[in-house]
Design a protein around this ligand. Sequence first.
Ligand code: ZN
Length: 273
Amino acid sequence: MQAIASSDLTWAVFSSVRALDCVGQSSVDSECLESVARNEKSVNEPRKARRKEKDAGTTEDPKLYLEEAALERQLPEVDLRMLVDLPPGLDYNEWLASHTLALFDHINLVYGTISEFCTMTGCPDMTGPGLRTYLWFDEKGKKTRVAAPQYIDYVMTFTQRTVSDETIFPTKYANEFPSSFESIVRKILRLLYHVVAHIYHCHFREVALLGLHAHLNCVFAHLTLLNQRFNLIDPKETEILGDLEAALLGDSTSSSAPSSQTLAIQETPTTAT
Ligand SMILES: [Zn+2]
């Protein structure tokens, strides 16, 4: 822990986390961290470690994020469930827009803290748990295999552009949501789910070493409970983290065994469909 506690990165991360308004103040439980990240010598060696894991074959890595010490979360479940319930009298689209913006900000922030470890060589594919690989549809509609950092850049760029579009996410009085609003939100949440799945699958060790696992778990719980409440993401997408969902939220509704399949997501980096 000493090695990373003194690094500039750690301080930058802790500063960034203060902006995570849904998860409150950053706190680091060094005992917990040591337990979570045992066997890890230093955060400076993640690429090497990842290469070793890849060399070990195609069998799935042990899921560090399911270990008991890693399952802490910043907010209790009951508060999170209340957080996603639509208040009486509030417009459904407004509610979806507000949660989508919050989730985008938080996921972008958490990914930003470990993005230096997510490289073209370290993560040549956009992978998630259950040996899942996400493919991207390019501008010509052809599905392409892209490295994780590239895929995530497409996701964040697409989302940023979409939520900034006044015709889709109206902020001015008298501007209406488009009839396709919910389907656009579904697409954004599905893509953000891929980012979360990749972070858990490939970068959880770095997240834990930086003391951000409780924040990540909180964001995942928020996304999951919003989805459970309004059925916004296809269960085939969420089954890969069904075990974590059950461990964190005690809900077995989507804890079916993950399948190893490749999902092709109809998506272009430049067009909101
Ligand atoms: Zn990565």
